[in-house]
Write a protein that binds this ligand. Structure first.
Ligand SMILES: *Cc1c(COP(=O)(O)O)cnc(C)c1O
Length: 408
């Protein structure tokens, strides 16, 4: 264990990216190529990512929030829609519904898993007239996979769609009733799943995101929405060839083909594209994803072991099969004291999350303290400890030592 005198004063954040020489070379190659955006790297990254999570389709986008927005649009969320999500998530999981004018409702968490409580969702659905709700956005919070098999059954009973927010969980899985591993974002149970490639997440592209699905129809919609609502697919054109040619003097009014320049903007889409150099970085990072995941699981097991039986721990994430450990969370008394003590030691723990319903924006929509007691109780003591593949055993031991000393 490092002593006071030789201890490392490099700051230890709660999460950070790992960029290898291969990553740098991959980006450099694209910078020297013909395409900075809309080139061949996007398709490669999408294919590799779909392969990694086990989905039929993947659509790369500019960030995880854009991914959520496009999913909501593809599922026709509008001012009449009502959607359930968890209060313990990044606000974007809820905001995407508001972007489309829809109403957000929350279901409280299960304090043991920190995930949305499926029983609470059922209560909500059964208490309302059928047709009240349109969909559910579960979050594989901290990297722990939601049991989507169970959630799908409930969703089918009430005719709801599911968008899985899997930002924390590439490579994570749950085991279904047949004993099969169901990987996050594989499209078996959720209609759509989304990922983020922000530098604190498992795979970093700076900003970046991905949507995965097994639905060909949703996939086609997403491609169009990602790029202004424009299509170049002649099969889908609604204008006539004559209108497309645009020149009434043209003798080719008998033409059988649309001119090569022609495209149609068919609905109001956005520019939510990823660049090619980001996609190349993503592909390069993805090749090391399993290595990183394995290291995260080792770190988690070391924390779990170090904290087992410690009386200052109210609850800890622990060792859970299929957990992808974007975060390692413990619940403690005097969380503020611990947070400050860690900061004094250059350890930058973080809190995930301030409950979404207590954000002023959502309070202005009518939510208040006391609405989701389990989430609020969780928030009172949760703290996310350093967790990233390049965290060394020595650094981790120092974190554990500081915590022990604080409660000692
Ligand atoms: C990071 C994150 C997002 C948003 O992703 P960005 O790429 O930052 O837009 C959404 N949901 C969750 C749970 C996240 O952690």
């Amino acid at each position: 264990m490092p002593s006071e005198s030789d201890r490392n004063f490099d700051p230890i954040p709660y999460g950070r990216q790992h960029i290898s020489q291969n990553d740098i070379d991959a980006v450099t190659r694209v910078l020297q190529s013909d395409y900075l955006t809309q080139g061949p790297e996007i398709g490669k990254f999408e294919e590799a990512f779909a392969d990694y999570v086990g989905s039929n389709y993947a659509v790369a986008v500019s960030n995880g929030t854009a991914a959520l927005h496009l999913c909501a649009l593809a599922l026709d969320v509008n001012h009449k829609s009502k959607v359930i999500t968890t209060p313990i998530t990044f606000s974007a999981s809820a905001n995407c519904i508001r972007y489309c004018g829809g109403e957000v409702d929350f279901a409280d968490i299960d304090p043991e898993t920190f995930l949305i409580d499926i029983g609470k969702i059922r209560e909500k659905l059964e208490a309302a007239p059928k047709g009240t709700y349109d969909g559910i956005i579960p979050v594989d919070f901290a990297g722990r996979a939601v049991n989507l098999e169970e959630l799908r059954k409930l969703a089918d009973e009430f005719d709801l769609w599911i968008i899985e927010d899997a930002c924390h969980a590439p490579g994570g899985f749950f085991v279904d009733s047949t004993g099969t591993k169901q990987f996050c974002g594989n499209g078996q149970f959720a209609d759509l799943a989304i990922f983020s490639f922000h530098p604190v997440k498992h795979i970093a592209t700076g900003e970046g995101g991905m949507i995965t699905t097994n639905s060909e129809e949703l996939y086609q919609k997403l491609l169009k929405l990602r790029t202004h609502g424009i299509t170049k697919n002649t099969d889908g054109f609604t204008n006539s060839i004559e209108d497309a040619i645009g020149d009434p003097q043209t003798p080719e009014l008998t033409a059988q083909e649309f001119p090569k320049w022609y495209m149609e903007m068919q609905e109001l889409g956005y520019n939510y594209r990823l660049t090619d150099f980001q996609a190349a970085l993503g592909t390069s990072q993805l090749a090391r994803a399993d290595e990183g995941l394995q290291r995260r699981r080792e770190i988690a097991a070391r924390y779990a072991n170090a904290f087992s039986g410690k009386n200052y721990i109210r609850r800890q994430a622990g060792v859970v099969k299929g957990h992808a450990y974007h975060l390692y969370i413990i619940e403690v008394d005097d969380r503020l004291g611990l947070y400050n003590e860690l900061r004094d030691n250059h350890i930058f723990a973080q809190i995930h999350y301030i409950p979404v319903h207590l954000m002023p924006y959502y309070k202005n929509l009518g939510w208040k303290k006391g609405d989701f007691k389990k989430a609020e109780e969780y928030y009172s003591g949760c703290i996310s400890l350093p967790m990233y593949p390049t965290l060394t055993d020595e650094q981790q031991d120092f974190v554990i030592e500081c915590i022990d000393r604080f409660y000692g």
